[in-house]
Design a protein around this ligand. Structure first.
Ligand code: HPA
Length: 275
């Protein structure tokens, strides 16, 4: 459990490192999509290890650094490496950076992830803008004492993902790939991939894609008033959709295949939503 001063301590440390920079947009780079960091110019890189109270990333394919700089001329802060519940963190730890971003003055958050396609119209390599989520099987990240400095005890979640930001993102994706998906993301705890029965159940419940991240971060961002947009790269069809077994290698391979497109999309997008 963190106190408000824990978040302040981290934010003050980052402020002391970034001088005049005042990014208003934060980006969370999902599995295999860290390639965007190459595009960030005049950057200051801060290792998570050096930031007071920050958790440290453990998963292969996930670095652990904050990158502050300009992307396509727009000041941004990027999380290269994120935290997942399945790694053993509690949910407050997985979302710690989001509240630090709030204290740094971040107003817009772009969340990216890799997910499995449940909707049978999808195919591996598609991008899906997330318009809502299902999170029945996980406790709420906001459970426990509410920090009133960040937001209210009871939070409306009917507009978790900002409509305008999402529409603009759909346009940019369509322009770059010729197609775009939109739908509901089901959050699962992992680290097992789902069973075919779970996927059938999730489909019946209205899910279009499934993954192991994003929802805790989106809830915390929404709670503290950061406008949030999220996009999944559909790296594989979910368990049982096709007659094949799932592996993290396939997830990485698809992410690798689309990374250049993804990079171009986000580069153009930050310019679109900058004000
Ligand atoms: N399930 C859960 N998480 C994932 C998947 C999946 O099929 N693909 C990429 N992340």
């Amino acid at each position: 459990m963190f106190s408000f001063s824990n978040y302040q301590e981290s934010s003050n440390y980052i402020k002391s490192k970034i001088g005049e920079l005042k990014p208003k947009i934060a980006i969370i780079l999902g599995s295999g999509l860290g390639v965007l960091s190459e595009e960030i110019e005049d950057k200051i890189v801060i290792n998570y290890r050096d930031i007071p109270n920050f958790p440290v990333s453990t998963v292969e394919g996930h670095a652990g650094e904050l990158i502050i700089g300009t992307l396509n001329g727009v000041e941004i802060i990027a999380m290269n490496g994120r935290f997942h519940y399945y790694e053993g963190y509690d949910l407050k730890e997985t979302t710690f950076p989001i509240r630090v971003f709030k204290l740094l003055g971040i107003e817009k958050l772009i969340i990216t992830n890799a997910s499995g396609g449940i909707n049978t119209n999808f195919k591996a390599g598609d991008f899906m803008v997330i318009n809502d989520y299902l999170s029945f099987f996980a406790e709420s990240v906001l459970r426990g004492k509410n920090l009133d400095e960040f937001g209210e005890r009871f939070t409306d979640m009917s507009k978790t993902f900002d409509k305008n930001l999402s529409e603009k993102l759909k346009e940019v994706i369509k322009k770059h790939t010729g197609r775009v998906q939109e739908g509901v993301y089901a959050y699962m705890k992992g680290p097992t991939f789902e069973t075919p029965a779970e996927i059938r159940a999730l489909r019946t419940l209205g899910a279009d894609a499934v993954g192991l991240s994003t929802v805790p971060e989106a809830i915390v961002a929404h709670h503290c008033g950061i406008d949030t947009v999220a996009v999944s790269c559909i790296t594989n069809m979910a368990a049982g959709v096709l007659d094949e077994t799932l592996s993290y290698d396939d997830v990485k391979q698809t992410a690798e295949r689309v990374k250049v497109k993804f990079k171009e999309i986000i580069k153009e997008y930050v310019k679109e939503i900058y004000f």
